[in-house]
Design a protein around this ligand. Structure first.
Ligand code: ADP
Ligand code: MG
Length: 246
């Protein structure tokens, strides 16, 4: 099997704070990995390292075969990785002054020199796919949170990513909108997208994840198939965490 993400012995500090401790993690092509853990345990930092939004101090990282070195990085790899890895944040991060359509067209035009016609057709196709084909000419502020997050997913997909990273994509949403975003993610997973998802939606994790990873204070302390991790956690930290959230 091809590994899209290969992380070996990764350590990351913010000043004196040791945030990621000797992380070994591979993600296979088509695999859906859900990362769970308490607030502050390093989940965001871990997935932000994967697309080079954070540097790390030691260890090895390869994303779709492109090596990223500690600290100095590797500008050429970084540019390739940014093209191939889509990211969806808790706070949507749409461009407020651009319509939904233009939000989605921007990166393909800028980064891949896609023509206006093709970028527009892609935007319309993806908006239909996430169920908001009729919202293309609105501005983000005119949409609900759930709709904005679906635009953010469509925008990431427009770059034809090989890997999608989701950092608590439903945490900022009103409860009634969480389902519509999880539905889109579930579809993506079914279609074979490789995904790393940080979420507190344990039902989603159980249903969609191939593997669940529990992080405690910057370390992977347990991982496995969702049913095993949720029903029969081996580590006492995992047990304590799950007893709080389930
Ligand atoms: P999680 O996503 O699991 O809540 P984070 O990865 O955001 O955790 O943060 C892990 C730790 O690193 C926390 O203690 C947090 O306060 C700290 N941290 C995160 N980002 C920064 C930063 N840019 N500068 C300093 N400390 C940070
Ligand atoms: Mg976080």
């Amino acid at each position: 099997m091809t590994d899209i993400v290969e992380m070996k012995g990764m350590n990351k500090y913010f000043g004196n704070l040791h945030v990621l401790k000797d992380i070994d993690l591979t993600v296979a092509k088509g695999e859906v990995v859900v990362i769970i853990g308490a607030s502050g345990s390093g989940k965001s930092t871990l997935i932000r390292c994967v697309n080079g939004l954070e540097e790390f101090e030691s260890g090895h990282l390869k994303v779709d075969g492109h090596p990223l070195a500690p600290k100095s990085g590797n500008p050429r790899s970084l540019a390739e990785i940014r093209k191939e890895v889509g990211m969806v944040f808790q706070q949507f991060n749409l461009f407020p002054h651009l319509t939904v359509r233009k939000n989605i067209m921007l990166a393909p035009k800028k980064v891949k020199s896609t023509s206006d016609t093709v970028a527009n057709a892609t935007a319309e196709r993806l908006l239909n796919r996430v169920g908001i084909g009729n919202q293309a000419d609105k501005y983000p502020s005119q949409l609900s949170g759930g709709q904005q997050q679906r635009v953010a997913i469509a925008r990431a997909l427009a770059m034809e990513p090989r890997l999608m990273l989701f950092d608590e994509p439903t945490s900022a949403l009103d409860p009634e909108m969480i389902g519509e975003v999880l539905d889109v993610m579930r579809e993506l997973a079914k279609e074979g997208m490789t995904m790393m998802v940080v979420t507190h939606e344990m039902g989603f994790a159980r249903e969609v994840a191939d593997r669940v990873i529990y992080i405690h204070e910057g370390q992977i302390v347990e991982q496995g198939k969702p049913d095993d991790v949720f029903d029969n956690p081996q580590n006492e930290r995992t047990q304590a965490f799950l007893s709080r959230v389930l």
